[in-house]
Write a protein that binds this ligand. Structure first.
Ligand SMILES: Cc1cc2nc3c(=O)[nH]c(=O)nc-3n(C[C@H](O)[C@H](O)[C@H](O)COP(=O)(O)OP(=O)(O)OC[C@H]3O[C@@H](n4cnc5c(N)ncnc54)[C@H](O)[C@@H]3O)c2cc1C
Length: 219
């Protein structure tokens, strides 16, 4: 998505390819934010910014952005070639897909895991169950951190590749087949429009009130 935002210059601290075509870009944190918020990023001050969830914690010194390359895209192929000390333009954080204490389901597909990594690193883990859907075992970004912090409450749903400890099948199948889902908890959904719409329909079909489903769609 593109949007017109007021932008400031920041210098890249680090860029790491954590999986083929998937990067974490880090820069020094210039502002406070609430876990789950997004920022705009662009190559030049005059360009239209694309939106990205912050993937680091509220108290971390660095801001992490998790993104994958859209080969035909305007920003991400350029962004993937950045090195330490290169410049990008970023907006202030905004958005209402923010985390809270208390029991909830965090449900993500692909890079939609980013806001939950921020909530996780901010310490909002008590009572959380994290479900992450991906094509294969390379798509479970930050899995070591989540394993350590959430144990059995971290579920990887791998649609095309079987692996130890991972559910082999789509996230939507896992939700359809799993036991009772609590109706009085919040369900946070983040990722592709396809995933969010399918999961929302499943949850509503299983009796979860519409108001308990909070969504962030990436496009
Ligand atoms: C709330 C939100 C949070 C997001 N967070 C993340 C994240 O954490 N990680 C991540 O990888 N992705 C995230 N995305 C998706 C991200 O914003 C980009 O769409 C994606 O990275 C592709 O960027 P690109 O510039 O390479 O591709 P592009 O194809 O250049 O841009 C992607 C989209 O921008 C729009 N666009 C591009 N050019 C134009 C134009 N000239 N006129 C009008 N519209 C245009 C179109 O909708 C296009 O599909 C998020 C999206 C949203 C809405």
């Amino acid at each position: 998505m593109k949007t017109k935002l007021e932008l400031q210059k920041v210098k890249v601290l680090r860029q790491t390819e954590i999986s083929p075509g998937v990067f974490v870009l880090s820069f020094p944190r210039p502002w406070d934010f609430v876990a789950g918020q997004v920022i705009g990023i662009s190559a030049r001050e005059t360009d239209d910014a694309r939106l990205y969830s912050i993937a680091s914690g509220e108290l971390d010194d660095e801001v992490d952005i998790l993104y994958n390359i859209n080969p035909d895209g305007k920003l991400t192929p350029w962004m993937s070639r950045l090195n330490t000390a290169d410049t990008i333009w970023v907006s202030k954080p905004f958005g209402s897909f923010t985390g809270a204490a208390g029991s909830a389901y965090w449900i993500a597909s692909g890079t939609g895991i980013a806001p939950f990594r921020s909530m996780f690193r901010t310490g909002l883990t008590a009572g959380k169950k994290l479900l992450h859907g991906g094509r294969d075992l390379k798509t479970f970004y930050f899995e070591d951190e989540f394993h350590e912090g959430l144990g059995n409450d971290y579920v990887r749903c791998s649609s095309r590749e079987a692996g130890a400890g991972a559910y082999h099948g789509r996230l939507t199948k896992y939700l359809t087949d799993c036991g009772t889902l609590p109706i009085d908890e919040l369900y946070y959904l983040c990722g592709s429009a396809e995933m969010v719409v399918e999961v929302r329909d499943i949850l509503i079909g299983r009796g979860i009130p519409f108001d308990n489903i909070i969504s962030e769609i990436y496009f």
